[in-house]
Design a protein. Sequence first.
Length: 102
Amino acid sequence: MTQETHASDDYEARIEAAESGPLKAAARWVVALASAALGDAEYEANEPQVVVHSRQDDSVLLRMTTSSLEEAERLIVQIRADLEALDTDEFKAEWEGAGDKS
């Protein structure tokens, strides 16, 4: 009998804040404050990202920037479900091209 493996054996997904330069960060804060003043609480000052890391060396397999923490939370649920359900090759094929372009 062969042991079934899942991508979650090799990878884990986390929500992280995007690292951006000081000018971009300041601009995002100004827009977030203006949005809040106009009644739009959706806009986040920090760009939340869902990042899939290797459990072996913490390298990044996938990074997806989202517009809000709510969107990141929905996305991470989907990614974690796929990590549990798919093997590593299937996971990579499913999410290939979905991440941020470097």
